[in-house]
Design a protein around this ligand. Sequence first.
Ligand code: SF4
Length: 359
Amino acid sequence: MALIMKDSFGRILDYIRISVTDRCNFRCRYCMPEEGIDWIPHDKIMSYEDIRFLVSVLADMGVKRIRFTGGEPFVRRGFLQFITSIRREFRSIAVAVTTNGSLLERYADEIATLGLQSLNVSLDTLDPEKFAEITRTGELERVLRGIALVSAAGVPLKINTVVIRGFNLEEVPALIRYAAQNGALLRFIEFMPLDADVWSQRQYVPANEVISMFPGPGSWLCAQGVDQNGADTPNGPARYLRNSDTGQEVGIISAVSDHFCHTCNRLRVTSTGEIRPCLFSNAGISIIESLKDHDADAVREAFLMAVKHKPHEGGTGLPVANADDPGVPLRPIACVDKEEPPVGSGCSTAERHMSRIGG
Ligand code: SF4
Protein backbone atom coordinates (compact mmCIF):
# COMPACT_ATOMS: atom_id res chain seq x y z
CA MET A 1 0.00 0.00 0.00
CA ALA A 2 1.29 3.45 -0.85
CA LEU A 3 2.64 5.59 1.95
CA ILE A 4 0.46 8.67 2.37
CA MET A 5 1.86 12.04 3.40
CA LYS A 6 -0.39 13.40 6.11
CA ASP A 7 0.71 16.16 8.44
CA SER A 8 -0.01 16.58 12.11
CA PHE A 9 -2.91 18.91 11.26
CA GLY A 10 -4.64 16.24 9.20
CA ARG A 11 -3.80 17.67 5.79
CA ILE A 12 -3.06 15.03 3.14
CA LEU A 13 -0.25 16.28 0.92
CA ASP A 14 -0.92 14.72 -2.44
CA TYR A 15 -0.07 17.65 -4.72
CA ILE A 16 3.51 18.58 -5.56
CA ARG A 17 4.75 21.52 -7.59
CA ILE A 18 8.10 20.91 -9.21
CA SER A 19 10.09 23.73 -10.78
CA VAL A 20 12.11 22.49 -13.75
CA THR A 21 14.04 25.72 -14.25
CA ASP A 22 14.51 29.16 -12.71
CA ARG A 23 15.04 30.63 -16.18
CA CYS A 24 12.44 32.72 -17.90
CA ASN A 25 12.09 34.77 -21.06
CA PHE A 26 9.98 37.39 -19.24
CA ARG A 27 11.10 39.80 -16.53
CA CYS A 28 7.83 40.40 -14.73
CA ARG A 29 8.06 43.33 -12.37
CA TYR A 30 6.67 41.40 -9.42
CA CYS A 31 9.07 38.53 -9.98
CA MET A 32 12.53 39.71 -10.88
CA PRO A 33 14.60 42.80 -11.74
CA GLU A 34 14.92 44.08 -15.31
CA GLU A 35 18.39 42.65 -15.73
CA GLY A 36 17.14 39.27 -14.56
CA ILE A 37 18.69 37.34 -11.72
CA ASP A 38 21.81 35.25 -11.60
CA TRP A 39 20.60 32.08 -13.28
CA ILE A 40 21.45 28.95 -11.42
CA PRO A 41 24.14 26.99 -13.31
CA HIS A 42 22.85 23.94 -15.19
CA ASP A 43 24.85 21.53 -13.09
CA LYS A 44 23.10 22.78 -9.96
CA ILE A 45 19.57 22.11 -11.13
CA MET A 46 17.79 18.78 -11.25
CA SER A 47 18.33 16.82 -14.44
CA TYR A 48 15.30 15.25 -16.08
CA GLU A 49 16.57 11.92 -14.79
CA ASP A 50 16.61 13.36 -11.24
CA ILE A 51 13.04 14.58 -11.65
CA ARG A 52 11.91 11.26 -13.12
CA PHE A 53 13.32 9.47 -10.09
CA LEU A 54 11.64 12.04 -7.82
CA VAL A 55 8.29 11.39 -9.51
CA SER A 56 8.72 7.63 -9.08
CA VAL A 57 9.23 8.11 -5.32
CA LEU A 58 6.28 10.50 -5.10
CA ALA A 59 4.04 8.05 -6.95
CA ASP A 60 4.75 5.56 -4.15
CA MET A 61 3.93 8.19 -1.54
CA GLY A 62 0.36 8.70 -2.67
CA VAL A 63 0.90 11.83 -4.71
CA LYS A 64 -1.95 12.30 -7.16
CA ARG A 65 -1.07 15.51 -8.95
CA ILE A 66 2.15 17.12 -10.06
CA ARG A 67 2.39 20.58 -11.54
CA PHE A 68 5.54 21.49 -13.42
CA THR A 69 6.51 25.14 -13.23
CA GLY A 70 9.49 27.39 -13.85
CA GLY A 71 10.62 30.12 -14.30
CA GLU A 72 9.10 29.29 -17.66
CA PRO A 73 9.14 25.51 -18.12
CA PHE A 74 8.90 25.55 -21.92
CA VAL A 75 12.24 27.37 -22.20
CA ARG A 76 14.02 24.30 -20.86
CA ARG A 77 15.26 22.15 -23.72
CA GLY A 78 13.51 18.78 -23.97
CA PHE A 79 10.60 19.76 -21.71
CA LEU A 80 7.90 18.43 -24.05
CA GLN A 81 9.62 15.07 -24.45
CA PHE A 82 10.12 14.93 -20.70
CA ILE A 83 6.42 15.49 -19.99
CA THR A 84 5.51 12.90 -22.62
CA SER A 85 7.67 10.32 -20.87
CA ILE A 86 6.29 11.21 -17.41
CA ARG A 87 2.72 10.83 -18.70
CA ARG A 88 3.61 7.45 -20.21
CA GLU A 89 5.44 6.08 -17.14
CA PHE A 90 3.23 7.40 -14.33
CA ARG A 91 -0.33 7.02 -15.45
CA SER A 92 -1.76 7.35 -11.94
CA ILE A 93 -0.46 10.91 -11.61
CA ALA A 94 -2.31 13.84 -13.14
CA VAL A 95 0.14 16.25 -14.74
CA ALA A 96 -0.34 20.00 -15.05
CA VAL A 97 1.94 22.76 -16.31
CA THR A 98 2.10 26.48 -15.51
CA THR A 99 3.42 28.79 -18.22
CA ASN A 100 3.68 32.44 -19.14
CA GLY A 101 2.18 31.55 -22.53
CA SER A 102 5.02 32.92 -24.64
CA LEU A 103 5.81 29.60 -26.33
CA LEU A 104 2.32 28.15 -26.68
CA GLU A 105 2.08 29.30 -30.28
CA ARG A 106 5.23 27.39 -31.17
CA TYR A 107 4.36 24.19 -29.32
CA ALA A 108 0.54 24.07 -29.45
CA ASP A 109 0.35 20.85 -31.49
CA GLU A 110 2.72 18.98 -29.19
CA ILE A 111 1.06 20.33 -26.06
CA ALA A 112 -2.30 19.09 -27.32
CA THR A 113 -0.96 15.52 -27.34
CA LEU A 114 0.36 15.58 -23.75
CA GLY A 115 -2.92 14.76 -22.02
CA LEU A 116 -2.41 17.46 -19.39
CA GLN A 117 -4.93 17.75 -16.60
CA SER A 118 -4.56 21.50 -16.94
CA LEU A 119 -2.40 24.10 -18.57
CA ASN A 120 -2.28 27.26 -16.47
CA VAL A 121 -1.39 30.45 -18.29
CA SER A 122 -0.47 33.57 -16.35
CA LEU A 123 -2.14 36.57 -18.00
CA ASP A 124 -2.50 39.83 -16.12
CA THR A 125 -3.79 42.16 -18.80
CA LEU A 126 -5.34 42.29 -22.27
CA ASP A 127 -3.71 45.61 -23.04
CA PRO A 128 -0.58 45.18 -25.20
CA GLU A 129 1.20 48.18 -23.71
CA LYS A 130 0.48 47.17 -20.14
CA PHE A 131 1.50 43.61 -20.92
CA ALA A 132 4.82 44.83 -22.28
CA GLU A 133 5.19 47.05 -19.23
CA ILE A 134 4.60 44.38 -16.61
CA THR A 135 6.49 41.56 -18.34
CA ARG A 136 9.17 43.91 -19.72
CA THR A 137 9.94 41.48 -22.56
CA GLY A 138 6.58 39.93 -23.38
CA GLU A 139 4.39 40.35 -26.46
CA LEU A 140 0.68 40.06 -25.71
CA GLU A 141 -0.41 39.12 -29.23
CA ARG A 142 1.91 36.13 -29.25
CA VAL A 143 0.45 34.88 -25.96
CA LEU A 144 -3.13 35.40 -27.14
CA ARG A 145 -2.45 33.53 -30.38
CA GLY A 146 -0.98 30.69 -28.33
CA ILE A 147 -3.98 30.57 -26.02
CA ALA A 148 -6.35 30.48 -29.00
CA LEU A 149 -4.42 27.58 -30.53
CA VAL A 150 -4.26 25.38 -27.43
CA SER A 151 -7.87 26.19 -26.64
CA ALA A 152 -8.96 25.15 -30.14
CA ALA A 153 -6.95 21.95 -29.69
CA GLY A 154 -8.99 21.09 -26.60
CA VAL A 155 -6.28 21.54 -23.96
CA PRO A 156 -7.91 22.15 -20.51
CA LEU A 157 -6.97 25.76 -19.87
CA LYS A 158 -6.81 27.91 -16.78
CA ILE A 159 -5.86 31.57 -16.81
CA ASN A 160 -4.34 33.05 -13.68
CA THR A 161 -4.53 36.81 -13.19
CA VAL A 162 -2.89 38.71 -10.35
CA VAL A 163 -5.08 41.75 -9.66
CA ILE A 164 -3.18 44.97 -9.00
CA ARG A 165 -4.84 48.29 -8.24
CA GLY A 166 -3.92 50.98 -10.71
CA PHE A 167 -2.87 48.37 -13.23
CA ASN A 168 -5.56 45.87 -14.19
CA LEU A 169 -8.48 46.08 -11.74
CA GLU A 170 -10.66 47.75 -14.39
CA GLU A 171 -9.97 44.87 -16.74
CA VAL A 172 -11.77 42.31 -14.57
CA PRO A 173 -14.95 42.27 -16.75
CA ALA A 174 -12.96 42.08 -20.00
CA LEU A 175 -10.82 39.25 -18.68
CA ILE A 176 -13.93 37.30 -17.68
CA ARG A 177 -15.37 37.71 -21.18
CA TYR A 178 -12.05 36.76 -22.75
CA ALA A 179 -11.86 33.56 -20.66
CA ALA A 180 -15.39 32.59 -21.68
CA GLN A 181 -14.57 33.10 -25.35
CA ASN A 182 -11.56 30.81 -25.04
CA GLY A 183 -13.17 28.12 -22.89
CA ALA A 184 -10.71 28.84 -20.08
CA LEU A 185 -11.26 28.77 -16.35
CA LEU A 186 -10.18 32.17 -15.07
CA ARG A 187 -8.82 32.60 -11.54
CA PHE A 188 -8.10 35.97 -10.02
CA ILE A 189 -5.29 35.97 -7.47
CA GLU A 190 -4.73 38.55 -4.77
CA PHE A 191 -1.38 40.30 -5.10
CA MET A 192 0.77 38.49 -2.56
CA PRO A 193 3.58 40.19 -0.66
CA LEU A 194 6.20 37.63 -1.54
CA ASP A 195 8.74 40.34 -2.22
CA ALA A 196 8.59 43.44 -0.04
CA ASP A 197 10.45 45.46 -2.70
CA VAL A 198 7.67 45.17 -5.26
CA TRP A 199 4.55 44.76 -3.15
CA SER A 200 2.61 47.74 -1.88
CA GLN A 201 -0.47 47.93 0.29
CA ARG A 202 -1.99 50.46 -2.09
CA GLN A 203 -1.80 48.09 -5.06
CA TYR A 204 -3.31 45.18 -3.20
CA VAL A 205 -6.98 44.48 -4.03
CA PRO A 206 -8.98 42.24 -1.67
CA ALA A 207 -11.00 39.42 -3.21
CA ASN A 208 -14.36 40.97 -2.36
CA GLU A 209 -13.51 44.08 -4.33
CA VAL A 210 -12.49 41.95 -7.31
CA ILE A 211 -15.80 40.07 -7.12
CA SER A 212 -17.69 43.36 -7.03
CA MET A 213 -16.30 44.05 -10.51
CA PHE A 214 -17.76 40.87 -12.04
CA PRO A 215 -20.04 41.82 -14.94
CA GLY A 216 -23.65 40.89 -15.63
CA PRO A 217 -25.95 39.72 -16.95
CA GLY A 218 -26.85 37.19 -14.31
CA SER A 219 -25.57 36.98 -10.78
CA TRP A 220 -22.49 35.23 -9.50
CA LEU A 221 -23.19 32.50 -6.99
CA CYS A 222 -20.89 30.23 -5.05
CA ALA A 223 -19.99 27.07 -6.91
CA GLN A 224 -18.58 24.29 -4.83
CA GLY A 225 -15.84 21.84 -5.24
CA VAL A 226 -15.20 20.80 -8.79
CA ASP A 227 -13.68 22.96 -11.45
CA GLN A 228 -14.59 22.72 -15.10
CA ASN A 229 -11.51 20.67 -15.89
CA GLY A 230 -12.89 17.92 -13.73
CA ALA A 231 -10.35 18.30 -10.96
CA ASP A 232 -11.61 18.04 -7.43
CA THR A 233 -10.71 21.22 -5.63
CA PRO A 234 -11.84 20.78 -2.04
CA ASN A 235 -8.22 21.23 -0.98
CA GLY A 236 -7.38 23.78 -3.63
CA PRO A 237 -6.87 27.44 -2.93
CA ALA A 238 -9.57 28.79 -5.24
CA ARG A 239 -13.21 29.53 -4.45
CA TYR A 240 -15.40 29.45 -7.50
CA LEU A 241 -18.35 31.59 -8.49
CA ARG A 242 -20.80 30.54 -11.19
CA ASN A 243 -22.83 32.91 -13.32
CA SER A 244 -26.54 32.16 -13.05
CA ASP A 245 -27.19 32.98 -16.73
CA THR A 246 -24.16 31.68 -18.58
CA GLY A 247 -22.86 28.98 -16.22
CA GLN A 248 -19.35 30.41 -16.53
CA GLU A 249 -17.20 29.77 -13.48
CA VAL A 250 -14.54 32.16 -12.21
CA GLY A 251 -12.18 31.45 -9.34
CA ILE A 252 -10.81 33.69 -6.62
CA ILE A 253 -7.61 32.89 -4.80
CA SER A 254 -7.70 35.09 -1.73
CA ALA A 255 -4.24 34.27 -0.53
CA VAL A 256 -3.99 37.43 1.53
CA SER A 257 -7.45 38.39 2.84
CA ASP A 258 -8.52 34.86 3.64
CA HIS A 259 -5.51 32.67 3.52
CA PHE A 260 -6.16 29.03 2.91
CA CYS A 261 -3.41 27.35 4.85
CA HIS A 262 -5.79 25.02 6.65
CA THR A 263 -6.65 23.37 3.32
CA CYS A 264 -3.15 23.45 1.82
CA ASN A 265 -2.35 20.10 0.23
CA ARG A 266 0.90 20.97 -1.51
CA LEU A 267 4.63 20.94 -1.23
CA ARG A 268 7.06 22.58 -3.62
CA VAL A 269 10.34 21.35 -5.01
CA THR A 270 12.66 24.01 -6.42
CA SER A 271 14.70 23.45 -9.57
CA THR A 272 17.75 22.93 -7.34
CA GLY A 273 16.06 19.98 -5.68
CA GLU A 274 14.95 21.58 -2.45
CA ILE A 275 11.63 20.75 -0.81
CA ARG A 276 9.79 23.88 0.35
CA PRO A 277 6.97 23.13 2.79
CA CYS A 278 5.45 26.63 2.54
CA LEU A 279 5.43 29.44 -0.04
CA PHE A 280 5.85 32.03 2.70
CA SER A 281 8.89 30.46 4.26
CA ASN A 282 12.43 30.15 2.99
CA ALA A 283 13.02 26.94 4.90
CA GLY A 284 13.80 24.00 2.65
CA ILE A 285 15.28 20.55 2.61
CA SER A 286 17.77 19.65 -0.10
CA ILE A 287 17.27 16.28 -1.81
CA ILE A 288 19.48 16.84 -4.85
CA GLU A 289 22.20 14.43 -3.72
CA SER A 290 19.68 11.74 -2.81
CA LEU A 291 18.09 12.11 -6.25
CA LYS A 292 21.45 11.73 -7.97
CA ASP A 293 22.19 8.65 -5.82
CA HIS A 294 18.73 7.21 -6.56
CA ASP A 295 18.32 6.85 -2.82
CA ALA A 296 14.57 6.45 -2.51
CA ASP A 297 14.67 6.03 1.27
CA ALA A 298 16.48 9.33 1.75
CA VAL A 299 14.07 11.15 -0.58
CA ARG A 300 11.10 9.69 1.29
CA GLU A 301 12.59 10.67 4.64
CA ALA A 302 13.16 14.21 3.43
CA PHE A 303 9.53 14.51 2.32
CA LEU A 304 8.32 13.15 5.64
CA MET A 305 10.49 15.70 7.42
CA ALA A 306 9.07 18.46 5.21
CA VAL A 307 5.56 17.28 6.02
CA LYS A 308 6.39 17.30 9.71
CA HIS A 309 7.66 20.86 9.47
CA LYS A 310 4.92 22.19 7.23
CA PRO A 311 3.56 25.21 9.08
CA HIS A 312 -0.05 25.09 10.14
CA GLU A 313 -0.32 28.63 8.85
CA GLY A 314 2.23 30.25 6.60
CA GLY A 315 0.36 33.50 7.13
CA THR A 316 -0.31 36.10 4.52
CA GLY A 317 3.22 37.30 4.15
CA LEU A 318 1.99 40.73 5.15
CA PRO A 319 4.07 42.90 7.41
CA VAL A 320 2.60 43.69 10.80
CA ALA A 321 -0.01 46.47 10.55
CA ASN A 322 1.41 49.91 9.98
CA ALA A 323 -0.54 52.71 11.66
CA ASP A 324 0.66 55.17 9.02
CA ASP A 325 -0.67 53.11 6.16
CA PRO A 326 -4.25 52.15 6.88
CA GLY A 327 -5.92 50.07 4.24
CA VAL A 328 -7.24 46.61 4.55
CA PRO A 329 -6.70 45.35 8.05
CA LEU A 330 -3.34 43.65 8.28
CA ARG A 331 -2.71 40.56 10.26
CA PRO A 332 0.63 39.61 11.63
CA ILE A 333 2.22 36.56 10.15
CA ALA A 334 1.02 33.59 12.13
CA CYS A 335 3.32 30.75 11.47
CA VAL A 336 4.34 27.65 13.29
CA ASP A 337 8.02 26.97 12.69
CA LYS A 338 8.22 29.78 10.17
CA GLU A 339 11.81 30.53 9.17
CA GLU A 340 13.04 27.84 11.51
CA PRO A 341 14.81 25.33 9.36
CA PRO A 342 14.12 21.68 9.94
CA VAL A 343 16.81 20.45 12.30
CA GLY A 344 19.76 18.81 10.60
CA SER A 345 18.13 19.11 7.22
CA GLY A 346 20.73 21.08 5.31
CA CYS A 347 18.13 23.71 4.67
CA SER A 348 18.76 27.03 3.00
CA THR A 349 17.23 30.45 3.01
CA ALA A 350 17.59 31.54 -0.58
CA GLU A 351 15.84 34.66 -1.81
CA ARG A 352 12.16 34.34 -2.63
CA HIS A 353 12.15 35.21 -6.32
CA MET A 354 9.03 33.53 -7.66
CA SER A 355 10.97 32.11 -10.58
CA ARG A 356 13.11 30.24 -8.08
CA ILE A 357 10.31 29.03 -5.86
CA GLY A 358 8.23 27.93 -8.80
CA GLY A 359 5.26 30.26 -8.17
S1 SF4 B 1 8.71 33.26 -13.83
FE1 SF4 B 1 6.62 33.98 -14.26
S2 SF4 B 1 6.40 35.85 -13.05
FE2 SF4 B 1 8.61 35.39 -13.17
S3 SF4 B 1 9.37 36.56 -14.97
FE3 SF4 B 1 8.78 34.54 -15.69
S4 SF4 B 1 6.66 34.74 -16.38
FE4 SF4 B 1 7.11 36.47 -15.10
